[in-house]
Design a protein around this ligand. Structure first.
Ligand code: BGC
Length: 346
C-alpha cells in the first residue's frame, strides 16, 4: 500500500540474502545483527524538503552500512496526505518485522493509532519533521522526535529581512518609513507555520524596522499554490508589497514565479525571504531573487534519525546521541545570505 521504495543501500542481492537468513530483529544483549530493517512513512513524497531529507537519509544509510558491516534495509512509504493510509502503512511495516519505524505524521494531532500499534509490538517510533505535542510523545518511553526549533527559524528569517531593509533603504518603495508585507503560510496547524510567522514578524520589529501587514495566505508549503495566492495579492495590492515573508522556500519560489509572470520590473520586486535552504531555494538566493533563506538542516536531521534508528535496532547505546529529555533531537538552523550560499550549494 503506497510503498514507494524498498532499498538495500549497498550490495542489493547479497544484503537481501543475508537479511533473509539472519532475520531483522536487533535485540539488546544479543550479538550485533547482520541486518536491520527500518520502515519510514512520509506525509507527502512530493514535499521538496521532506524528499531531500529522505535522499540524505538513504545516502547516509549506505555510508553507515559500509562502516558497520550491518545491512540496512529501508522501506519508504508515501502516505499521500492521508492519516488513515499512514496508519495502514505502519501496520504493514510492523507486520513486516521492521525494527524501528520513522513517521512523518500527516496529522500531527493524530499519532494515537500509530503509538498504540507500535507499543503493542514493542517497536520504537521516531517521529520527524512534523512535531506531535509533548503529551503524546510522553505516552511511551520508546517514542522519539527528530526536528528543529521552529522559533529559531522565524527569528533568523526576521533578521535577514530587517538587515535587507537596513542595507537597502530604497526597498521601502513608497518611502513611508514602514515596510508593507504579506505572509505566505504553510499548512494551518503545522508547528513550523504558526511559530515561524510569529517570530519572523516580531524580530523585524525588534530590529527597528516598522511594518504594516497587508495580507496573508495559506499556501500549504506548496509552490504552485503560493504562485496563485501571490498573484491574487499582487492584483489586490498592486505595487504596494515591499516584503514577502514565506514560511518555506517553495512558497518563496511560488511568489517569484508570480512576479516573473507579471509585468513588474525586476527592480520593483519586493524583498523575498524563505526558510529551508533546499537546492532550489539556495539557487534563488545565489541568483539574487531571494534576499536569503534559513537552512533547515535536512542532512543533520537525516543523520540523527538514521543514527538513532540504528542504535534502537541493534539494541545499542543512545548516550552518544545527545537526546534532549531522553526523547528529542533538534538540529540548529543557520542563516544563508548571498555570502554564505556557496558553502551550502553542492
Ligand atoms: C519545512 C517545509 C516542509 C514541511 C513539511 C517544514 O519544516 O520547512 O518546507 O514543507 O516541514 O512538514
Amino acid at each position: 500500500m503506497g510503498k514507494i521504495k524498498r532499498i538495500c543501500a549497498a550490495g542489493l542481492a547479497l544484503v537481501l540474502a543475508v537479511g533473509m537468513l539472519a532475520g531483522c530483529a536487533g535485540t539488546a544483549g544479543q550479538s550485533e545483527p547482520k541486518s536491520i530493517k527500518i520502515g519510514v512513512s512520509v506525509y507527502d513524497q512530493y514535499d521538496t524538503f521532506v524528499s531531500q531529507l529522505m535522499a540524505d537519509f538513504n545516502a547516509y544509510a549506505s555510508r553507515r552500512e559500509e562502516e558497520t558491516g550491518v545491512a540496512i534495509n529501508i522501506e519508504i512509504y508515501n502516505a499521500a496526505g492521508s492519516q488513515t493510509t499512514q496508519n495502514g502503512q505502519v501496520e504493514e511495516m510492523l507486520d513486516d518485522g521492521c525494527d524501528v519505524i520513522c513517521v512523518n505524521l500527516v496529522d500531527r494531532t493524530e499519532p494515537t493509532t500509530i503509538i498504540d500499534m507500535a507499543e503493542k509490538k514493542n517497536v520504537p517510533v521516531i517521529f520527524f519533521n512534523r512535531e506531535l505535542v509533548a503529551e503524546d510523545l510522553e505516552r511511551w518511553d520508546r517514542l522519539y522526535y527528530v526536528g528543529a526549533k521552529a522559533f529559531e527559524s522565524g527569528v533568523m528569517e526576521g533578521e535577514i529581512a530587517a538587515d535587507a531593509f537596513k542595507e537597502h533603504p530604497e526597498a521601502d518603495k513608497n518611502g513611508d518609513g514602514m515596510i508593507q508585507y504579506i505572509v505566505l503560510e504553510g499548512e494551518a496547524g503545522h508547528q513550523d507555520a504558526i511559530v515561524r510567522t510569529e517570530y519572523a514578524v516580531s524580530t523585524i520589529v525588534e530590529n527597528g524596522v516598522e511594518v504594516e501587514k497587508l495580507g496573508y495566505a495559506i499556501a500549504n508549503w506548496n509552490r504552485a499554490q503560493a504562485q496563485t495566492k501571490m498573484a491574487q495579492m499582487m492584483s489586490e495590492y498592486e505595487t504596494e508589497i515591499e516584503l514577502v515573508i514565506a514560511n518555506n522556500d517553495d512558497m518563496a519560489l511560488g511568489a517569484i514565479d508570480a512576479l516573473k509572470a507579471s509585468e513588474l520590473d525586476r527592480e520593483k520586486w519586493p524583498v523575498i525571504v524563505g526558510i529551508d535552504g533546499t537546492d532550489v531555494g539556495l539557487a534563488a538566493v545565489a541568483a539574487g531573487e531571494m534576499a536569503g533563506t534559513v537552512y533547515n538542516d535536512k542532512r543533520g536531521q537525516a543523520h540523527a534519525m538514521l543514527d538513532l534508528a540504528y542504535e534502537l535496532s541493534v539494541g545499542g547505546d543512545l548516550t552518544g546521541l545527545d537526546l534532549e529529555d531522553g526523547k528529542y533531537i533538534r538540529l540548529p538552523y543557520a542563516k544563508v545570505g548571498p555570502d554564505e550560499v556557496e558553502t551550502y550549494m553542492e
